[in-house]
Design a protein around this ligand. Structure first.
Ligand code: UDP
Length: 470
C-alpha cells in the first residue's frame, strides 16, 4: 500500500481577485512575477494528513489552486496511516491544546508508531523530491518527515496551524515529543506570534495568519433570493421561489438538495432579527452559554437565535459532538415556550462539503449578527467568514478572535467569555440598531479584504521564500 496519496489540484486564475483588490492587485502581480523566477525548475510540495474535512484541507484546496493558476508547480501529498497512527496524532493535537481527554501517554510506543508511519511516507516522497525543491510539512502529523526530507537538499518548512496562548505542562509535554524531530527544518511558520514554541530557534520563526477564499462555496456572494431558497431547502424558511444553486470552487454550478436536522417550534419569521453561531458542537465553543445569554439577556421580543453545527448523527468519530448537542437540546427544551419558540438548533448534513459550505454561507448571510462566544479559540474562521459577508460580530477576546475584531469598529469584543449579561447587552444593541450593524459590518468586510484573503497569504509565502532561497 502506498504511504502517501497525491491529491489532484485544478488551477484557478488569481485574476479573479483583481476586481476585489483594486489597485492592491498590483502586489499580487509582483508576487507572481517574483515567484516565477524564484521557483523556476522547482516543485513546491505541501504535505498534510487529509484531503477533505477540516480547515487545513479547505485552505490547501484554495491556495494551491491559485498557486497553480499563477504558474507554480505545486503538488499536494497526503500521509496515510492506520487507526493507531491517527489515535496518536489526535492525542498530540489535543495535548497541544492543553487537553488530556484520553489521559493517554506520548511515550516510546507512541513515538515508534508515529515515526514508522512518517518514515514510510518520507521515504516514498523523497524519491520524487529534488534538491532545490520546497517542502511544506503541515501540522504535527508530518513532523517526523522533516529530517528525511531535509536530507534530499530541499528547503523544508514546518507549518503549524494550531496553538495556545498560555502553554501548560500538557502542552509542553507535546512540544518535548515533537521538538527533536523539527531541528532540521529551515523555517517554522505559526498562525500567531503567541503560538511559536519555546525551544525553537526564534530566527527561523515566521508568523502568517490564516485566510479565507472569497470565491469558495462558503464565501461567494449569493443573491438574497438564493439565500432564501437555500434556507427553504434546509427547512428554516418556506416559500423560497428561486433555485437553491451555488458555485463550487472549480466554477461548476451545483444545487443544495439535502435538508438539515432542525429542532424548532416554528420556522424563521421572514423579517425577524437573527443572531447566529456556527460551530462544531464543542464545549469550548460554549453553545450552552450562547443559548442562555440569548434567552435571559437579549431583550428583543422578536429576535431569533440559530445555533448551527455539523450533523453528528452517523458521525461515529465524534461522540463528544453528539453529547454536546444532546446537552444543548435539553437546555432548549427547558426554556419557557416563548423563548424556546425563537431558538433553532440546526445540524447541517456533511455528506458533500461544498453543499454544507453553501448552507453555512446562506445562514451567515441571513444573520443580522454573528457571534463566536468561544471559551478558547485558535483563530476563529467563523468570525472571518461572517465579517467578509459584512456582518457585525460579537466574539470572545480569546486567541485569534481578539486580533480579528477591532472593538467598536468591526464588531464587539467580549472580554470575559462567561459574562452572559454583557454578551446579551452587546447583542441587543446590535440587533436593535440596523444602522450601527451595517456600519460595523462594512468595516468588518474591509478588514477581511485587506488582511484575511488568500492572496495576502500567498504574497507572504512568496516573500518568505524569496528571503530563504536567494
Ligand atoms: N463549519 C462548517 N460547517 C458546519 C460547522 C462549521 O463548514 O456545520 C466550518 C466553519 O464555517 C469554519 C470551520 O468549520 O470554516 C470552523 O473553523 P474555526 O476556525 O471557526 O473553528 P475550529 O472548528 O477550527 O475550532
Amino acid at each position: 500500500m502506498a504511504a502517501i496519496t497525491h491529491v489532484p489540484i485544478s488551477p484557478l486564475p488569481p485574476e479573479r481577485f483583481r476586481e476585489l483588490l483594486g489597485a492592491e492587485y498590483g502586489r499580487v502581480e509582483e508576487a507572481i512575477e517574483t515567484a516565477s523566477s524564484l521557483l523556476a525548475g522547482r516543485v513546491v510540495w505541501h504535505v498534510n494528513s487529509t484531503a477533505t474535512g477540516g480547515g487545513v484541507a479547505e485552505l490547501l484546496h484554495s491556495l494551491l489552486a491559485y498557486a497553480r493558476g499563477a504558474g507554480a508547480d505545486v503538488r499536494w501529498a497526503v500521509v496515510g496511516g492506520g487507526p493507531e497512527f491517527f489515535r496518536i496524532t489526535k492525542r498530540i493535537h489535543n495535548h497541544l491544546h492543553g487537553l488530556d481527554s484520553d489521559s493517554g501517554l506520548l511515550g516510546e510506543a507512541e513515538r515508534e508508531e508515529f515515526l514508522r508511519v512518517n518514515r514510510l511516507a518520507a521515504d516514498e516522497l523523497a524519491e520524487l523530491v529534488q534538491p532545490g525543491d520546497v517542502v511544506y510539512l503541515h501540522d504535527p502529523q508530518t513532523a517526523g518527515m522533516v529530517e528525511r526530507l531535509s536530507a534530499t537538499g530541499a528547503t523544508v518548512i514546518w507549518r503549524c496551524h494550531i496553538g495556545i496562548d498560555r502553554p501548560d505542562p500538557i502542552v509542553r509535554g507535546a512540544w518535548d515529543f515533537l521538538l527533536p524531530l523539527l531541528r532540521d527544518a529551515d523555517r517554522y511558520v505559526f498562525s500567531r506570534r503567541e503560538y511559536a514554541w519555546e525551544g525553537l530557534d526564534p530566527e527561523r520563526v515566521s508568523v502568517i495568519e490564516p485566510s479565507i477564499d472569497a470565491f469558495s462555496a462558503k464565501n461567494e456572494w449569493l443573491p438574497p433570493e438564493v439565500v432564501h431558497a437555500i434556507l427553504d431547502r434546509i427547512g428554516l424558511l418556506s416559500d423560497g421561489g428561486a433555485a437553491a444553486v451555488y458555485r463550487r470552487l472549480d466554477g461548476s454550478q451545483a444545487r443544495v438538495d439535502r435538508r438539515a436536522r432542525i429542532d424548532q417550534d416554528q420556522q424563521l419569521p421572514e423579517r425577524a432579527p437573527v443572531m447566529t453561531q456556527v460551530s462544531r458542537w464543542d464545549t469550548l465553543k460554549d453553545p450552552l452559554g450562547v443559548l442562555e445569554g440569548f434567552a435571559e439577556h437579549v431583550d428583543l421580543p422578536d429576535a431569533h437565535l440559530l445555533l448551527v453545527g455539523p450533523d453528528t448523527e452517523g458521525v461515529s468519530d465524534d461522540p463528544e459532538g453528539a453529547e454536546v448537542l444532546g446537552e444543548v437540546r435539553a437546555a432548549r427544551e427547558a426554556l419557557d415556550p416563548g423563548a424556546r419558540s425563537r431558538v433553532h438548533l440546526v445540524s447541517l448534513p456533511m455528506e458533500d462539503v461544498e453543499e454544507n459550505a453553501a448552507m453555512v454561507n446562506a445562514i451567515q448571510r441571513r444573520s443580522t449578527l454573528v457571534v463566536q462566544k468561544s471559551i478558547a479559540e485558535g483563530f476563529g474562521l467563523t468570525a472571518t467568514e461572517a465579517m467578509w459577508k459584512a456582518r457585525p460580530v460579537i466574539v470572545s477576546a480569546v486567541g485569534g478572535l481578539g486580533e480579528q475584531v477591532v472593538d467598536g469598529v468591526t464588531g464587539r469584543l467580549l472580554e470575559d467569555p462567561r459574562d452572559l449579561e454583557t454578551f446579551g447587552r452587546l447583542a441587543s444593541e446590535l440587533l436593535a440598531d440596523p444602522a450601527l450593524a451595517a456600519r460595523m459590518g462594512e468595516a468588518a468586510q474591509e478588514r477581511v479584504r485587506t488582511r484575511y484573503l488568500g492572496t495576502r497569504h500567498l504574497i507572504q509565502y512568496v516573500e518568505m521564500l524569496s528571503r530563504m532561497l536567494s
